[in-house]
Design a protein around this ligand. Structure first.
Ligand SMILES: [Zn+2]
Length: 236
């Protein structure tokens, strides 16, 4: 990460991925360079690797669990490791913050976890740093709506003054990918918050103070800085 801290971070390129568990369903992507975004949907792993090759990002920020809980060797119910735990340290920390999420051992999350872990290994093998993030958690910390309220999330992201994403543009997957990329940029700038244990892959989120910053700019919103909206479309 040295280049991120010492190089021209504001011009750094970050690829945000709202990864789908299945290549048959759309993965939202966002290539963020400065304030300019290039967004869209990818499907196959080949699509994703093609994106990485053409964008050559300094960092890839993925919305998917990228490591198993310590003590788990797999996500199979039939394995003896299933009797140990379903959660990582970062999961407990999210829960303490009141940020809702789906455990990785839950149905469709398993497929997403497997795909995310394989993608991380493949990208790191070619020297591209990868972080795990969670758009729903970032959006809670920024006190902006989650993807279920797509129009509200578009308005919420408009404060970042991104170029290349109109106020009425972006599918829920794309908006979550934009959120991933913004968190990745904070990470490169050394301004992100890391939850959990490194042996389980850290969960990278905006710093808690950013919620207050957001609130101070939007006094009309009121309410608690951390609010949660259960959103079933977050799965996969
Ligand atoms: Zn196991």
């Amino acid at each position: 990460m040295g280049s991120g801290r010492t190089g021209n971070v504001s011009a750094a390129c970050v690829l945000g991925l709202d990864l789908a568990g299945s290549p048959r369903r759309p993965t939202g992507f966002c290539v963020l360079r400065g304030r300019r975004v290039h967004v869209g949907h990818a499907f196959s792993d080949e699509d994703i690797h093609g994106l990485v090759e053409s964008a050559a990002p300094q960092l890839v920020a993925i919305d998917a669990p990228l490591a198993l809980p310590a003590g788990r060797c797999c996500l199979l119910d039939t394995c003896s490791c299933a009797r140990t735990t379903h959660f990582r340290v970062s999961d407990y920390e999210l829960r303490r913050l009141g940020i809702r999420f789906f455990p990785m051992t839950l149905g469709p999350m398993r497929q997403l976890t497997r795909r995310g872990m394989l993608l991380k290994v493949a990208l790191e093998a070619v020297g591209i740093p990868v972080i795990e993030t969670y758009p729903g958690g970032a959006q809670d910390l920024w006190s902006i709506p989650r993807q279920r309220d797509t129009a509200g999330l578009r308005r919420g992201l408009a404060r970042f003054r991104l170029q290349g994403l109109g106020r009425s543009e972006g599918s829920p997957h794309v908006l979550d990918a934009v959120t991933c990329a913004l968190v990745g940029k904070l990470y490169l700038e050394g301004r992100a918050w890391s939850l959990g244990s490194p042996e389980e892959a850290l969960m990278i989120l905006p710093p808690p103070s950013s919620a207050r910053t957001v609130l101070s700019h939007r006094q009309t919103r009121g309410g608690p800085a951390l609010h949660c909206q259960q959103d079933s479309s977050d799965v996969g």
